[in-house]
Design a protein. Structure first.
Length: 258
């Protein structure tokens, strides 16, 4: 089904939404920076010390990551994205929406969503530098496939391809498989040391991340209101706010409250 063009009245409403979301994200940035303690997680290294197949040495500390400021960063990136698309880059943003895409969303997500997945990995023991790099690469690839899905399916197209969407799903699944392996492995130990809030983070954020994929699938299948690209854009805005807020405050409650 061909996507409907975003109307002028919808553009005005989307600008208001973006300005409102700027304030909501910015307020959370300030709250986290003011209220969070100095809790940090150490990223480790485990470099080979012998021939292939030799026993690996114990992981060694590489650097510490202060969790509060990292949360503030992904919230601030969202605030900046919404502010720029409502002001400085408004004309480019609206032109893109009429062309059935939003490059600013994908640029922001490629950084903010990746930081979020890395944090979820941290809380499930994925702290080795090589594993972190792989998680970053897989998640960025997922986001870029989402962008490519939009580029390859402009309004007025004769045919819709879902290949970038499905390739993105495959790439995006990898970090979550790694997270679940660690979570299930830790849960199966004799002494279960996994805090309840970690389970909450994994379950809730997995649902939210999958909701982004469902939103795009509904857009490109033209299901109901999603036949209008502007409706899918509003769903992205809501999902982004709720997912970022859920992760930020679950982590805060579990490990950053003074």
């Amino acid at each position: 089904m061909e996507a409907k063009t975003v109307s002028d009245s919808e553009m005005i409403r989307l600008r208001r939404w973006n300005l409102s979301l700027t304030l909501l994200h910015a307020a959370q940035v300030i709250a986290v920076l003011v209220l969070a303690n100095g809790f940090a997680i150490t990223v480790t290294s485990q470099f080979p010390s012998g021939p292939p197949g030799a026993a690996s040495p114990a992981p060694e500390p590489l650097f510490d990551v202060a969790i509060g400021p990292v949360i503030a960063v992904f919230l601030a990136l969202a605030a900046l994205d919404h502010l720029l698309t409502a002001t400085v880059f408004r004309s480019r943003y609206e032109k893109d929406l009429r062309a059935g895409m939003n490059r600013f969303r994908w640029i922001e997500y490629s950084v903010s969503a990746t930081i979020m997945v890395v944090l979820i990995g941290f809380y499930n023991g994925i702290t080795g530098i090589t594993a972190v790099v792989l998680v970053v690469g897989a998640n960025v690839a997922m986001i870029l496939f989402g962008w490519l899905q939009e580029v390859m399916n402009p309004p007025g197209r004769a045919h819709t391809t879902m290949l970038p969407f499905w390739f993105g799903c495959i790439a995006g699944a990898a970090p979550w498989v790694a997270i679940l392996v660690n979570l299930i492995g830790a849960s199966g130990g004799d002494a279960n040391q996994v805090p309840g809030f970690v389970y909450g983070i994994v379950v809730s954020l997995f649902v939210f991340f999958m909701s982004f994929a469902v939103n795009q699938w509904l857009q490109y299948r033209g299901v109901g209101k999603w036949a209008n690209y502007g409706y899918g854009e509003k769903v992205y805005l809501v999902l982004s706010l709720v997912a970022k807020s859920a992760l930020a405050w679950q982590i805060f409650a579990g490990s950053l409250a003074v």
